[in-house]
Write a protein of this length. Structure first.
Length: 552
RNA sequence: GGCCCGUUGGUGAAGUGGUUUAACACAUCGCCCUCUCAAGGCGACAUUCAUGGGUUCAAAUCCCGUACGGGUCACCA
């Protein structure tokens, strides 16, 4: 029996040869320096914040160099797949501005000519290349059962040896063809492993675009390439797919760093041109003193949905991730406050080579606050409405009912050089402006209570607001007139109309202009801390101000 | 346990042998401004770069050891 026939026997029913597949996926015709990369998730439907970072970098690097970023679904482990997992990942990533030039575009369709982009649809391809290795005597059938494997592992750890199937533990390595054929004909199940040519005591130099040149031992483990169900392992699929899809750069999380020798060896055995690697450090958190990777299972904030549900703008999340990815991004944004994130040039060299960055929530909120402050009133209105539609019916109702009024509220101290910065997230909005809407004011005023500060005497309060509304307030006053009227009110009632006078002779006055303003402010809104009082009064208007004052 | 990577302030970090009395940003604290708040302005916050040695006229930067942290060792990805 020839090697070819033997390979056919081990992996029967393969439709094409590896040469045919090579011909089907020619080299890409792209400009010099173009990066072809990919994002390759399992279809779990879950988008981890770290995964968003990696996929974002993939799309940026491809776009920056005139290259290609494609999406590949790694569904070789059935247990990880969930229904509609693919479309939910795609939709989520796209909503964050990550773009794909090729790959699945829905549960069933895909675009691009290097597909299929879903690994379970590529079974024939993997087998064709596995057959190549078998023919060349670089791979073999292994019958090691789960029990045997466990036994080997137990023995190895007892004698403090390295774990794995290598050297003398690779006992099916030299089985004769006849014996293999016999055992298979007897119904024994088998898998395909490589015949690793490596020597653990040889060091190889591997290059990582972020971490630099690393020295690692050669792989000598007879890694599984085809599982008993005929589906390839990640390692094998990675080599085949990234070669055939003509990937130039693999950008992935650094948990893969230690399998690099394996991957490099696989490329060599297959005769593939090596790809370049960039391993991204994980986002971590401090969990009671231990620093660990953000975990999908333990940490709700590992999911990007956590932040969008909390009302953090997606754009702000991306700005934060960009500052984590390349720390010079922040300085660039400072120089180009209106710059688009897509105009920044990311560099591998600027990515952190450390073993992880602590996820910094206050920093995210700071970025988010600044981002929202730069938005126009219309943008804030739209975004808040969008948020409220999903999470706050009551807020949604008033926003929809009073669009122009709402925009006027959002416009207070906005759209100017140094805009007001009081929203960290859209979920903050309601807490800051509910009192501007009669519906919400009536509902919540008693719940929160009137927050009078230094002046709490009811008669005095009534005296101040009544005098004010009757004699000193006009909707049409400009801001200067408005304030000078407040000062006149102070003079009339015995309060200091400017703070300096008050500080010099506090005993000459009942209080000061700040106290008086606070009475007006609280009587109008119940709150002692609000945006500019002049703007609030003007928006609410004299008639309604009177109504509110009458409630006191 | 083996292998690999990493270690600059509360946080992210700049820094690749002399121009570093260690940039910038967040957080914190103080002062100023101010009708409240949010801001804004100014200032404080690492005499030192995990640690011990070495190389050098000179080290956060180069070399070696140690400690600590992280990752990884599946028919998971």
């Amino acid at each position: 029996m020839t090697n070819k026939e033997y390979a056919d026997f081990l992996l029967p029913g393969v439709k094409h040869t590896w040469e045919e597949y090579e011909a089907m996926y020619p080299e890409r015709n792209l400009p010099e320096g173009a990066i072809v990369t990919r994002y390759a998730p399992s279809p779990t439907g879950f988008v981890h914040i770290g995964a968003l970072l990696v996929s974002f970098l993939c799309s940026r690097f491809a776009k920056q160099t005139g290259g290609i970023n494609f999406l590949r679904i790694e569904d070789t482990d059935q247990e990880r797949s969930i229904e509609n997992g693919v479309s939910s990942i795609i939709n989520s990533l796209i909503s964050f501005g990550v773009t794909f030039d090729e790959g699945p575009i829905s549960e069933t369709e895909e675009k691009g000519s290097y597909g299929p982009y879903t690994q379970t649809k590529r079974e024939d391809i993997y087998k064709a290349f596995a057959k190549k290795l078998i023919e060349e005597d670089k791979a073999y059938a292994s019958f090691l059962s789960k029990e045997e494997l466990e036994e080997i592992r137990a023995r190895q750890s007892a004698s403090k040896e390295r774990l794995g199937i290598y050297g003398r533990y690779a006992k099916d390595r030299n089985l004769s063809k006849e014996e293999v054929i016999n055992r298979i004909n007897n119904g024994e199940s088998y898998i395909i492993r490589i015949k690793s040519p490596g020597n653990f005591f040889n060091k190889i130099k591997v290059n990582d675009l972020i971490k630099g040149t690393l020295e690692m031992p050669e792989n000598d483990i007879d890694e599984v390439i085809i599982k008993s169900d005929g589906i390839p392992t990640y390692h094998f699929a990675h080599a085949i797919d990234d070669h055939l899809m003509r990937t130039t750069h693999v950008i992935r999380g650094d948990e893969w760093l230690s399998s690099l020798p394996k991957h490099i060896q696989l490329f060599e055995m297959l005769g593939f041109k090596p790809v370049k690697y960039a391993h991204i450090a994980p986002l971590t958190k401090n969990d009671n003193g231990t620093i660990r990777k953000l975990s999908k299972r333990k940490d709700p904030e590992a999911s990007v949905d956590y932040f969008t549900n909390a009302g953090v703008p997606k754009e702000a999340i991306m700005l934060y991730l960009a500052t984590v990815a390349n720390s010079n991004f922040e300085g660039w944004l400072d120089q180009n406050p209106n710059g688009n994130i897509d105009d920044f040039k990311f560099e591998f060299k600027k990515c952190s080579a450390s073993s992880g960055s602590l996820f910094d929530l206050p920093k995210l909120y700071n970025i988010s606050k600044n981002y929202i402050s730069r938005l126009t009133k219309d943008e804030v209105y739209d975004a808040t409405l969008d948020y409220a539609t999903k999470f706050d019916e009551e807020l949604k109702d008033v926003l929809v009912k009073y669009p122009d009024y709402s925009k006027a509220i959002f416009n207070i101290e906005r759209e100017q050089k140094k805009p007001r910065k009081d929203y960290e997230k859209y979920s903050d909005v309601k807490g800051q402006i509910w009192y501007m809407y009669d519906e919400l004011f009536t509902k919540y005023k008693d719940e929160y209570g009137y927050d009078y500060q230094s002046i709490t005497d009811k008669d005095e309060i009534r005296n101040i607001i009544n005098t004010y509304i009757d004699k000193y307030y006009n909707d049409n006053d400009d801001k200067e007139t408005w304030f000078s009227n407040i000062q006149k009110l102070c003079d009339e009632l015995g309060y200091a109309s400017n703070m300096k006078d008050y500080k010099e002779n506090p005993d000459n006055y009942k209080g000061n202009v700040a106290d008086v303003s606070t009475v007006i402010r609280v009587s109008l809104t119940t709150r002692s801390m609000t945006p500019d009082l002049y703007e609030l009064l003007k928006l609410i208007g004299k008639e309604k101000i009177k109504e509110r004052f009458n409630l006191i």
